[in-house]
Design a protein around this ligand. Structure first.
Ligand code: ADP
Ligand code: ZN
Length: 811
């Protein structure tokens, strides 16, 4: 029946494979394999490779034609799972991601799969005695296979699979008892850590010698068995154990164990739940959200609460109530290391039933955790962006904390936005999505205004603590008095001094790393640039290197100009390293610490630095936007922002929004405890609306101005936008290819506008030239479809093109 004359309908499966930019592929299920369910993993041939894929749909093809289209499909090699590996809801979500973000089905799937799920091949074939006897008698493919296995060593099945029909032949050989097929790595179970456990058998034999007696006594006291490593530690040697097994007294088996990330994770201790009484505002907000959560229907609410208004307390109560109703909870946070407090609070409140996903976990821990969640042993998951795909059973609530945060957007394929995927997941699950922020994204507030989201507002800090007083320091006036080299203004210096005297703490923010941002020659004007990217190199004084912040290229700090050999090289611009140095010089007695990507490279370093600051071992914390996130340091009464305008110069329509968010958030770190807070914002653009509104903590005012700008200039959220960046070894190549795509998308009646192509603001990156164009319009699906078909027609360009749907940055 396997030789092509079968006249019944072929069974087909579409399979997503983890290969860039290809959609789901169709395969035939041979008769000897069970029909896999969607979500099950299968082994499939692709070119010369054998890959693991995930079944997205199965189908019985209607036409049983011998040479119909179905005949062109290759056979699935093996079905790895009897049940869905990926649950149906996650599979559906992944398919939405692939479609919406215009990436390959398998690429989207990769974001949702736990580590070690992609098994290249896991079956081994080994010849039997009967097989050896038949070696000379078989012919064709069967003889070929047996010959390859003649040395009795097991061989991976995919190494035998050099031509079609091999799997049918293997199956037949197995049926005839000539070979054995084993799965030494059977399915997912293989990825769990296993330990060898010894236990007593029912044998009546008597142990010999003192060591054996001792071992048997130990084992008698532990009917569930003892880990052999533990026995060794107790002085029972492997030899003793081996002898006991030989005489039949002891049996050894493997037991699966799970790695508990909390074992090693001292950084995330559970914080015991502190009983607080909700403020009337909090109680009101909770009531509204809880009402939305019990309906089993989709709803999305924006929780707009000023910094320090107690949003976390609301999240926890909401999570507890949804959980009590028997449904699962997902809490997304921008970065666990930066918000360990929230994770620890949830750990304290939900104990064993919470899983915390963070970048410090090993693959093994992540794998075990995924399966715990999948089994339903966990009902609250706290994690970053990719946790949006966690296989939480019966999901009832998704909270996205600090929903405006840029880290929710993945800046590599698939370029999905965790917040937006969360909302879609809630929609598919009939769950409640809560987006929380003191500075909501333009998108979310726009949706709240238009009635698509419920809006829940917290206008006051808890216990009526006042917001910090924010003062603008006009640096143009400072320069007029003290000259152009002044970095720390006199009001800020004075305020820092006062904090040190009162034993209070200060935070100083500058959103730029390094010591100096430009090295230039006073003689010829040449600046030190990255050879791979169109940016200047940043000086990092402590490590004596000039480094590119895009590709990490680094050189020594030159003493002579590479162009004219002039010796007057000047360093300009400054970053956090310089600020730290200035502060140390000005306040020699102060304990200063710096948090930016240079100082927290080492895993876990950031947690240590933040906790030293929290415990008062540090007086002044200098840092980039990393220190602006949701921290709660009650003794901080002063925040200084060095160059509030750093981001405003960027050629990016979100520059104003990002600046507003950063300033509001960092000012919100001040005065959260019982002491009143203050903030100083140094700027040379004191009249810019982002800075003005941030200083007044006036979100509504900012939104009104910003949405007017977006509508006027036709930027999201007023319209939908897709950014396409074509990379090429030459500038002309990038421009020509981009122009080709643009031409293919224009036919006169298109329901969108295309801007460009033009060299990208970062026109060279990592040695490649980049040209970009934008597609703007109100029919996202039509825009995406047009772009995808233009790309499909040019696969060679497609490979070099980044498609960014709803871009967060246009660099
Ligand atoms: P947000 O996330 O809104 O900026 P947090 O949730 O971090 O604010 O809360 C700020 C501080 O107020 C925390 O220390 C929290 O424990 C405390 N808090 C929250 N709600 C209450 C309340 N009802 N009574 C007293 N303290 C509260
Ligand atoms: Zn570079």
């Amino acid at each position: 029946m396997e030789n092509g004359i079968a006249r019944h309908s072929p069974r087909l499966a579409t399979v997503a494979v983890p290969v860039p930019s290809i959609g789901a592929l169709t395969y035939r299920i041979p008769d000897f394999l069970p029909l896999p369910v969607p979500g099950a993993r299968v082994l499939v041939p692709l070119g010369t490779r054998v890959l693991t894929g995930v079944v997205t749909t199965t189908d019985i093809a209607p036409a049983p034609e011998a040479d119909g289209p179905a005949a062109a499909f290759k056979d699935v090699i093996d079905v790895l799972d009897a049940e869905a590996f990926l649950p149906a809801d996650v599979l559906r979500l992944v398919q939405w991601v692939a479609e919406y973000y215009a990436c390959g089905a398998g690429e989207a799937l990769s974001s949702a799969m736990p580590p070690r799920a992609w098994i290249e091949s896991e079956r081994h074939a080994q010849i039997t005695d009967a097989g050896r006897e038949r070696l000379a008698l078989e012919r064709g493919l069967r003889a070929e296979i047996l010959a390859k296995l003649a040395d009795r060593k097991p061989a991976r099945v995919d190494t035998l699979a050099t031509r079609s029909g091999i799997y049918a032949a293997l199956k037949a050989l197995e049926r005839d008892g000539l070979i054995e097929i084993t799965r030494p790595l059977k399915g997912a179970a293989s990825a769990f850590r296993t330990v060898r456990v010894a236990s007593l058998t029912l044998s009546e034999a008597l142990p010999k010698g003192a060591k054996q007696v001792e071992a048997v006594d130990l084992l008698r006291a532990a009917p569930e068995g003892i880990d052999t490593a533990v026995l060794t530690a107790r002085g029972i040697s492997a030899a003793t154990l081996k002898r006991l097994v030989e005489v039949g007294l002891v049996a050894i088996h493997r037991r699966k164990i799970e790695r508990d990330p909390f074992d090693q994770e001292a950084a995330l201790p559970a914080v015991p739940r502190k009983q607080v009484t909700l403020t009337s505002e909090q109680a009101e907000a909770f009531k509204k959200l809880a009402a939305l959560s019990v309906s089993n229907a989709f709803a999305c609410a924006l929780l707009h609460g000023v910094t320090g208004s107690g949003k976390t307390e609301i999240y926890m109560r909401l999570a507890a109530s949804v959980r009590a109703g028997g449904r699962g909870v997902l809490l997304l946070v921008p970065e666990i290391a930066l918000t360990p407090a929230v994770a620890a609070l949830f750990r304290g409140a939900f104990g064993e039933r919470v899983a915390i996903q963070h970048s410090g976990l090993s693959d093994g821990e992540r794998h075990d955790q995924w399966h715990r969640i999948r089994r339903g042993d966990v009902d609250v998951v706290v994690g970053t962006r990719s946790a949006v795909f966690a296989p939480v059973v019966n999901l009832g609530l998704i909270i996205v904390d600090e929903e405006h945060d840029g880290s929710y957007k993945q800046e590599e394929t698939p370029r999905y936005h965790g917040r937006d995927v969360a909302v879609v997941r809630a929609q598919q699950a009939g769950a409640l999505a809560v987006l929380g922020s003191a500075t909501p994204s333009m998108e979310s507030f726009f949706n709240a205004q238009s009635g698509r989201y419920h809006l829940v507002t917290l206008e006051r800090r808890v216990l009526d603590r006042p917001m910090a007083d924010v003062r603008i320091v006009d640096m143009r006036a400072e320069f007029a008095i003290h000259g152009p080299d002044v970095i720390l203004s006199s009001p800020l210096v004075e305020a820092i001094g006062a904090r040190l005297e009162k034993k209070e703490q200060a935070m100083v923010l500058l959103n730029r790393r390094g010591f100096a941002t430009v090295v230039f020659c006073r003689q010829c004007g040449h600046t030190l640039e990255c050879p791979n990217c169109s940016v200047s190199l940043t000086v990092h004084k402590a490590i004596r290197r000039a480094r590119c912040h895009y590709c990490n290229h680094a050189t020594g700090i030159p003493t002579k100009c590479s162009q004219c050999s002039g010796e007057f090289l000047e360093q300009m611009g400054f970053g956090t390293e310089r600020i730290e140095a200035e502060i140390r010089a000005m306040f020699p007695g102060a304990r200063v610490s710096r948090v930016d990507r240079d100082t927290v490279r080492r895993k876990g370093a950031i947690t240590g630095m933040l906790s030293r600051f929290a415990s008062g071992e540090v007086d002044i914390l200098v840092g980039t936007q990393m220190i602006a996130k949701g921290h709660d340091f009650p003794r901080v009464t002063l925040v200084g922002v060095i160059s509030a305008d750093v981001g405003l110069g960027m050629a990016d329509f979100r520059a104003g929004e990002r600046t507003f968010q950063l300033l509001t958030q960092v000012a919100g770190r001040s005065g959260r405890g019982e002491l009143r807070g203050e903030a100083f914002v140094q700027t040379i653009h004191p009249d810019h609306y982002s800075i003005r509104h941030a200083c007044r903590q006036d979100y509504a005012g900012f939104f009104t101005d910003e949405i007017a700008f977006r509508k006027e200039m036709k930027y999201p959220p007023a319209i939908a936008m897709i950014n396409a960046v074509v990379k090429s070894p030459t500038r002309e190549g990038a421009m020509t290819d981009a122009a080709d795509l643009v031409r293919a998308m224009r036919w006169g009646g298109e329901p969108y506008r295309i801007l460009g192509p033009a060299p990208a603001p970062l026109s060279r990156l990592k040695g490649e030239h980049r040209a970009q164009f934008f597609v703007k319009g109100s029919h996202r699906a039509a825009m995406r479809k047009a772009l995808v078909s233009a790309l499909d027609a040019r696969p060679e360009i497609r490979r070099r093109t980044i498609v960014d749907v709803d871009p967060m940055s246009v660099l």
